[in-house]
Write a protein that binds this ligand. Structure first.
Ligand SMILES: NC(=O)c1ccc[n+]([C@@H]2O[C@H](COP(=O)([O-])OP(=O)(O)OC[C@H]3O[C@@H](n4cnc5c(N)ncnc54)[C@H](O)[C@@H]3O)[C@@H](O)[C@H]2O)c1
Length: 437
């Protein structure tokens, strides 16, 4: 069987792992980016972005991978094109489609020269309605061709977690396909049957429902996180309360489940906060209020203040704070909407001395934190600090030796990943979500 050739437009945090993952399944993949450095990087089998396993994959499957800045080269030599360019959030919560439209115009110009049926697949997250309102006219206008006749259009978002992108792409819980007509949906379904384990559900629907499903799903997950954080706050107030004991039991109910039900810090990153706000924005546009989504966002916005208050309650005058973890989650250097950064900024505003440490995100954080002291190692970050806060649950923070801490310091463990018995000797150990005398 001749496999279709793929082109992937946008070689960033999601696009470049897509190139690698699909090449690993036998597909020839041509990547396109306007960023010449990223193109060069892919052609040298070097990861243009931080993502575990990406380097190994690019190297192992380099015969099937190429990248270019030239749309024509990519579109004329491929059968399916995935668009995975940024869709930045605007002030009101809406996603901008300016880069998607630009990509659509370039693809349209190439489709004009093509006789074969070509499938264009939008992967970037968009506000419901945008694929057909913004991308479709760009494709039809610049190609002079008709969607559903000369080319097909699908909306096919991915539900991946940074740090585990390749694994998630190859083993999704389900595949979501919004299709302009069944011919393109059939082509995309056949592609995913080849990529995913047998039996992976493939949900096909119109484009609008797929757009709604994408942001509704992420909003549901964020609701679970804010719910657990709400219970954590309650547990801290009731003598004997402990959020882990409560959520561990709650999660046993199959209607609830354990995933994303850990009372800790708020959620961050390039998807969760903005997808939730985009759902709120979409609903308001249709004069509908979504109180659950709004409360989820509100609870999340409260989390850095909640932790800052705990720090201030125990910080001695002129005391120094250490923040461990600046990436929004472990295994990534992405700091977008990171709780560690938000917390550090809040303390900086109060002129409190802050030292920060993160295994991967120090360079990215330097642009945002102007006053903080950037430690060279985990141990160095701890030695002179009066209050230490574990904000991101990087596994290496489990290695903290209690002897590295200053005597009488306080360690605030947002994820309850340290052993209280070991830390309560020289220091005071405080866990988020647990009642303390
Ligand atoms: N990163 C994630 O965790 C994640 C998860 C799900 C969905 N998404 C969505 O995927 C989209 C892309 O996200 P990302 O994190 O990969 O972004 P990114 O910023 O890491 O990468 C985007 C890439 O697109 C390139 N680009 C921009 N305009 C272009 C154009 N006209 N032609 C070719 N290349 C162009 C940029 O140079 C960049 O390399 C967004 O809509 C995002 O919401 C991201």
């Amino acid at each position: 069987m001749n496999l279709p050739v793929l082109s992937i437009i946008g070689l960033g945090k999601l696009g470049s792992p897509m190139v690698a993952a699909y090449a690993s399944k036998g597909y020839k993949v041509i990547g396109v980016d306007i960023n010449g450095d990223f193109v060069e990087s892919i052609n040298k089998a070097k990861p243009p972005v931080f993502e575990p396993k990406l380097g190994e994959y690019l190297l192992s499957y380099k015969e099937r991978i190429s990248a270019t800045q030239d749309y024509r080269e990519a579109i004329l030599n491929s059968d399916i094109t995935f668009i995975i360019v940024p869709t930045p959030s605007q002030e009101d919560g809406n996603f901008s489609t300016q880069y998607v439209v630009k990509a659509g115009e370039e693809i349209g110009k190439c489709l004009k020269e093509k006789n074969e049926f070509h499938v264009v697949v939008l992967v970037s997250t968009v506000t419901p309605g945008s694929t057909e309102k913004d991308l479709l006219p760009a494709l039809e206008g610049y190609s002079g061709k008709k969607c559903g006749v000369d080319f097909g259009l699908c909306y096919n978002p991915e539900f991946i977690a940074l740090g585990n992108v390749i694994e998630d792409l190859l083993n999704p819980d389900f595949v979501l396909i919004g299709e302009s007509e069944s011919r393109s949906g059939d082509i995309l379904e056949a592609f995913y049957k080849n990529i995913c384990p047998e039996g992976t559900p493939i949900k096909r629907m119109n484009i609008t429902n797929a757009e709604i499903t994408k942001i509704a799903l992420n909003t549901y997950v964020t609701t679970k996180i804010s719910y657990a954080n709400m219970i954590a706050e309650l547990c801290e107030k009731i003598p004997g309360g402990n959020v882990d004991i409560v959520t561990d039991a709650l999660g046993c109910d199959k209607r609830i489940g354990h995933k994303y039900l850990k009372g800790a810090t708020g959620y961050g990153g390039p998807c969760f906060p903005r997808d939730n706000r985009a759902l709120i924005y979409t609903a308001r546009n249709y004069k509908v209020i979504l109180p659950i989504a709004e409360a989820t966002d509100e609870i999340n916005r409260m989390q850095p203040d909640r932790i800052a208050k705990k720090i201030l309650d125990v910080l001695p005058p002129q005391g120094k704070v250490c923040i461990l973890g600046l990436s929004y989650k472990p295994d990534t250097n992405v700091i977008e909407e990171s709780q560690g950064i938000k917390l550090a900024k809040k303390l900086e505003e109060k002129d409190i001395s802050v030292t920060v440490y993160d295994p991967a995100a120090m360079n990215n954080a330097r642009q945002l934190l102007r006053k903080a002291n950037f430690a060279n190692s985990l141990q160095e970050a701890l030695t002179d600090s009066d209050v230490i806060v574990v904000v991101t649950p990087w596994p290496e923070f489990k290695e903290i030796d209690p002897d590295w801490l200053k005597a009488d310091s306080t360690i605030i463990d947002c994820w309850r990943m340290l052993d209280p018995q070991r830390f309560n000797k020289r220091s005071k150990y405080l866990a988020i979500g647990v009642y303390h005398e």
